[in-house]
Design a protein around this ligand. Structure first.
Ligand SMILES: *Cc1c(COP(=O)(O)O)cnc(C)c1O
Length: 432
């Protein structure tokens, strides 16, 4: 096999290819670990599919009200079994991760209740859901108050302050597993379990919800295995396996999921309605592939972390750290750096590889932003994608990669563009 020629055909120089090869060699034990976790999670998914007798009939489209939709109802049982929960709601009518989170919150909070985030500021889009930034239809408008406890210096939990923040009004505690685009660490399932146990000791009947976005199948256990009452996520991230064209899920305690169903459709109707149209096969097949797809994304993240760390850039998480989500940050320190990186990722994509992303003034951001995404599903971030605000400290965030070889090409291509732009010197590569 002439790998060098293949890579050369794709615009990767011998120097970049060799640098990548040397870094990859060091990662064999790490990759093995990811494969083992994928194997474990694959068996979990397979077992749930067999137990619930997934059949060809499950892939049939339903229309109209969608009464007795076998595929939809069976899929929800499969999700519940994989997450070890009593129930789940997995639907194309849940449009994205933010919608799934908004649904879980609005369905289970009532006027006068308080929502608590013991892990600092939640994901950006939730600020409007909660009403931290005033917004039409926010929880705030319905008389649901919000409180948050800031994280300690090290990015972990301020237990005394959390204890103080829990009051008779506290109804639901929301815990975000992934750091998203913040600088704090992403939390291991074990750490989340400790936090939940602490909260429940103070107030046993409080509902603990985990924003599980980007975390599914990264570890052999999920937050629902360590006491979370609800786990919530998006199907255009890990659990959709790159195939789901839309969707979100909430898995958890039966009464809470019932509330979600009444909120999603209508009081009285709940889970009974909601046609699956034609998307069921992609939901099943995507969920089936999700453990290995997640492992591919993790390999890409660790490969990039080690490659860029060796080139002298700050990377979060660093090359050696254990992984709790699929996001990787690389601080390139210059506008040319982040632009070249994103343009390289775009050029490596299976879709829209010929377009050149440019920074633009995206609504809601206080600086120009550059985004690279050559995805089969619009906005899908389980597919290789990168974005960077063009401002200090000039960090690029990237995630995804449906297959390890395609993630690898994306990262090599990002480096190639940095070399071509003169940001990384060839001498530096040779020392790697
Ligand atoms: C992506 C994400 C969300 C929101 O999901 P969308 O599908 O983009 O609406 C919420 N929380 C976290 C941690 C995420 O990563």
């Amino acid at each position: 096999m002439r790998f060098e020629t293949m890579y050369e055909n794709l615009g990767i120089s011998k120097e970049v290819y060799e640098a990548g090869r040397r870094v990859e060699e060091l990662l064999v034990p790490r990759f093995c670990e990811f494969d083992k976790i994928a194997e474990y999670n694959q068996l979990k998914v397979l077992h749930a599919m067999q137990k619930n007798k997934v059949s060809e009939g499950c892939f049939q489209a339903s229309s109209g009200y969608g009464y007795n939709d076998l595929g939809r109802d069976t899929l929800e049982k499969v999700y519940a079994d994989v997450f070890h929960t009593e129930s789940a709601l997995v639907r194309p009518q849940i449009t994205c991760g933010t919608h799934a989170l908004a649904l879980a919150l609005a369905a289970n909070l009532r006027p006068g209740d308080e929502l608590l985030s013991p892990v600092g500021k939640p994901y950006d889009t939730l600020e409007e859901v909660i009403g931290i930034r005033p917004s039409n239809g926010s929880l705030m408008e319905y008389g649901i108050t919000y409180r948050q406890v800031e994280l300690l210096e090290d990015g972990y939990f301020d237990y005394p302050a959390i204890e103080k923040a829990i009051s008779e009004k506290t109804k639901l505690v929301t815990i975000q597993r992934s750091k998203g685009y913040q600088t704090r660490p992403s939390y291991s399932v074990e750490k989340i379990g400790e936090l939940i146990a602490f909260v429940k000791k103070i107030k046993p009947n409080v509902i603990c919800m985990v924003d599980n976005c980007y975390g599914e199948f990264v570890e052999p256990i999920e937050p629902s295995d360590v006491g979370a009452d609800m786990v919530v996520g998006s199907l255009i991230k890990n659990p959709g396996g790159g195939l789901a064209p839309i969707g979100g899920y909430v898995a958890g305690r039966a009464d809470l999921i019932e509330n979600c169903a009444y909120r999603l459709t209508s009081p009285g109707l709940g889970k009974e309605v909601g046609a699956s149209l034609g998307v069921m096969q992609s939901f099943y097949q995507g969920f089936f592939l999700a453990p290995t797809v997640t492992a591919s994304a993790l390999k890409g993240a660790v490969f990039a972390a080690n490659l860029y760390e060796r080139l002298g850039y700050a990377v979060v998480p660093n090359g050696k750290e254990s992984r709790h989500d699929i996001i990787q940050a690389v601080t390139l320190g210059s506008a040319e750096g982040v632009i070249a990186f994103c343009q390289g990722v775009q050029a490596a994509a299976p879709v829209d590889s010929y377009v050149t992303p440019e920074p633009w003034a995206m609504p809601g951001y206080d600086s120009d932003v550059i985004m690279a995404a050559g995805a089969f599903v619009q906005g899908s971030s389980i597919e290789l994608s990168a974005d960077a605000p063009v401002k200090e400290p000039y960090a690029v965030y990237f995630q995804g990669g449906l297959t390890w070889p395609s993630a690898k090409l994306g990262i090599l291509k990002s480096l190639q563009y940095l070399v071509n732009a003169g940001v990384v010197s060839t001498e530096k590569l040779e020392k790697l």
